[in-house]
Design a protein around this ligand. Sequence first.
Ligand code: C5P
Length: 223
Amino acid sequence: ALPRDLEGRHVVVSAGGTREPLDPVRYLGNRSSGRQGYAIARVAAQRGARVTLVAGHTAELADPAAVHVVHAPTAREMQVAMHEAATDADAVVMAAAVADFRPVDLAENKIKKGGGEVPPLRLAENPDILAGLVRERPAGQVVVGFAAETGDETGGPLHHGREKLRRKGSDLLVVNAVGDGKAFEVSDNAGWLLGADGGEQEIPNGSKALLASRLWDAVRARL
Ligand code: C5P
């Protein structure tokens, strides 16, 4: 049985990918399934927390038991939902894959081909939700971010993770190795858990529930 060490706590978790509409039938999106974020929410509830799960698009995942689910399809809707839920939260985990850009224009009708012209795709930058949550957090709130890094970048995923942790200002950052069929759309996950205090823990390949347990251990130690 899991420890009930999050009893009396409110935790907020985002999960899944955002979809940024182009017209009534098309969007820009990503391959996030939401499985890791859902596992984080589920484990927190099993450990006694009151959980708000802010869900983007997922692989048709069922709502976890005893979790309050708020749906937020786009980055801007997710930003509003996260700030609202985070006001009284003890911990906030941004596991969602937020689109960095959205189409500037949302066409009222389906964009048509023909006439020899290819329509331009103009993009605007989405808000960095995690950075905003860090800026506005109440005293004592623990904030956790994620970083999906491919291993072939110079310096490797850990180096990029450290730099991202500093830039975002969160207390913890989960670094996932992605690419080569890792992390996205699969049931296993592995990586590192970096702390703003310099702490560094490797998370061996295992279930997404295992990673969730390690994450809540680290959050618990900082509450
Ligand atoms: O900068 P990058 O997208 O790699 O950072 C990933 C982390 O930032 C994740 O925790 C993700 O949920 C969060 N993020 C966000 N808003 C964005 C982009 C990423 O909150 N627009």
